[in-house]
Design a protein around this ligand. Structure first.
Ligand code: KG4
Ligand code: ZN
Length: 377
C-alpha cells in the first residue's frame, strides 16, 4: 500500500443508497434529523423526518479491508474522515435539504472501534454546534434492536419483543421491553456469529467478509455431510459459543493439506457449518422465548440476518410460538445510519431530552447503561 491513505481509500468505496421523496414544500414541517454511523467499517448518513419517514440515506462500504482480510481500525477511522463530508452533502442533496434545514443531529458514540466513533460523532457534534442544534448520542446496538419498529417496515411492532442480534461484532438475545429498557438474556462467550462465518470462510479459501460467500458455496453442498458440534445447544439460558465449532471445522480441513480444497468438499463443509449455526441459533431463540414469554414477536437483526438458512430456522421458531417473525430488509440489518436516526427519534418520542455536547465516544457501552458517559466522567 503506497501513496497516501486518502488516495488508497478513494475509489475503493461502494455506495448503497436510497431516497424516499418527501414531496412537502416546507422542510421545517418535517423536522429533519440527520444521523451519522461510523462504528466499524461502514460510513453511513441518513436523514429522517421527525415521524420516522426516511428522507434519504447513504452507506459507503470500505472494501479496502477485504484486501487486508479484516477491518484495520486506524484505516477505517481515516476512511470515515475522508468519506463523511461528501457523503453528508450527497444525502442532503438527495433529500432536497440543506444543513440549515436540519432540526437535530445524531451520531453513534458506542460501542465500536474508538477511532471511527470519535470521527463520526465529532462530525455530527460539530454540525450541531455550528448550527446551534441539539445532538443525540446513540448506542449502536440500540439502533439495531429498534430498527424493526421503523414506520417504513409497516410491521406495527409493539413492545416487548425479542431481538436476536447477529452481526460481525455482536451476537446477543435481547428482550426489548420499551425504548431505553433492554434485557440482555444472553450473548456469545467467544466469537460473534458473523466472526465465525468469516473465519470459517477464510479456512475454505473464500474472500472477506466471508458470510455471503459461504452461504453461496453452501448451496452446492450437503448440510448433513459432516457431523459438526452444536455448542451450548440444549443448555440453560441463551448464551452462544462458536469457538468449538470453528475448531471442529479446522480439524476437518487440516488433512486436506495446504492447496485449494476440492470444491464439493468445501461446499459440504460450508453447508454443514451453516446448518450447525442455524440449529444453535434456533435452540437459543427457543430458550430466549421461554425466558421472555411475553414477547410479541421474534426479530432478527445484524448482517448475519441475511443468511436464508438462519432466517428460516428462526422463522420456524416464531411459528411454533405463534408470533410474527420480523427480518428487516438487508440494507437495514447491516450497519446503516437510518437505524441510528430512528433510535434517536424513539428517544425523543419517549420524551427524552437531547444530550450535552460533551458526551464521550466509548468502545464499550452496554445497553443496560441508559445514558452515555460525558467526556469528564
Ligand atoms: O451487521 P454487519 O454489517 O456489521 C457488523 O456490525 O459486524 O455484519 C457483518 C457480518 C459479517 O461477519 C458477514 O460475514 C456477515 O455479517 N454476513 C453473513 C451474510 N451476510 C453478511 N453471514 C452469513 N450469511 C450471510 N449471507
Ligand atoms: Zn452493527
Amino acid at each position: 500500500m503506497d501513496g497516501s491513505f486518502s488516495s488508497f481509500m478513494r475509489g475503493c468505496h461502494d455506495e448503497r443508497d436510497s431516497v424516499i421523496m418527501h414531496g412537502m414544500s416546507d422542510p421545517a414541517a418535517l423536522r429533519p434529523l440527520l444521523a451519522i454511523e461510523t462504528s466499524c467499517d461502514d460510513t453511513a448518513c441518513a436523514i429522517l423526518a421527525y415521524d420516522g419517514t426516511i428522507l434519504a440515506e447513504g452507506v459507503l462500504s470500505q472494501n479496502d479491508h477485504a484486501i487486508l482480510g479484516g477491518v484495520v481500525p486506524e484505516i477505517a477511522a481515516r476512511a470515515h474522515l475522508d468519506a463523511l463530508p461528501a457523503l453528508v452533502q450527497s444525502v442532503l442533496a438527495k433529500a432536497s435539504l440543506t444543513l440549515a434545514d436540519i432540526d437535530t443531529f445524531a451520531g453513534t458514540t458506542g460501542p465500536g472501534l474508538i477511532g471511527g466513533l470519535i470521527v463520526g460523532s465529532s462530525y455530527a457534534k460539530g454540525l450541531a454546534l455550528a448550527l446551534g442544534r441539539p445532538f443525540i448520542a446513540v448506542n449502536h446496538i440500540e439502533g439495531h434492536v429498534l430498527t424493526a419498529r421503523l414506520p417504513a417496515l409497516d410491521a406495527n411492532l409493539q413492545f416487548p419483543f425479542l431481538t436476536m442480534l447477529v452481526s460481525g461484532g455482536h451476537c446477543q438475545c435481547i428482550s426489548v421491553e420499551k425504548t431505553g429498557q433492554y434485557i440482555r438474556l444472553g450473548g456469545t462467550i467467544d466469537d460473534a456469529a458473523g466472526e465465525a462465518f468469516d473465519k470459517v470462510a477464510k479456512m475454505l479459501g473464500l474472500g472477506w467478509p466471508g458470510g455471503p460467500a459461504l452461504e453461496k458455496l453452501a448451496a452446492e453442498g450437503r448440510d448433513d455431510a459432516f457431523a459438526l458440534p452444536r455448542p451450548l445447544k440444549g443448555r440453560k439460558g441463551c448464551d452462544f459459543s462458536f469457538s468449538g465449532l470453528k475448531t471442529a471445522v479446522s480439524r476437518l480441513i487440516e488433512p486436506q493439506g495446504s492447496g485449494a480444497l476440492p470444491r464439493q468438499f468445501a461446499a459440504d463443509v460450508a453447508a454443514s457449518f451453516q446448518r450447525a449455526v442455524a440449529d444453535v441459533m434456533a435452540d437459543r431463540a427457543e430458550h430466549a422465548l421461554a425466558m421472555a414469554p411475553h414477547s410479541t414477536a421474534l426479530v432478527v437483526a445484524g448482517g448475519v440476518a441475511a443468511n436464508r438458512t438462519l432466517r428460516s430456522a428462526l422463522e420456524a421458531v416464531a411459528e411454533r410460538h405463534d408470533i410474527p417473525f420480523i427480518a428487516p430488509p438487508l440494507r437495514l440489518c447491516t450497519d446503516n445510519a437510518v437505524m441510528i436516526g430512528w433510535a434517536a427519534l424513539e428517544r425523543l418520542h419517549a420524551g427524552e431530552q437531547p444530550h450535552e455536547i460533551d458526551v464521550a465516544a466509548r468502545p464499550r457501552w452496554p445497553l443496560s447503561e441508559r445514558q452515555p458517559a460525558t467526556a469528564l466522567s
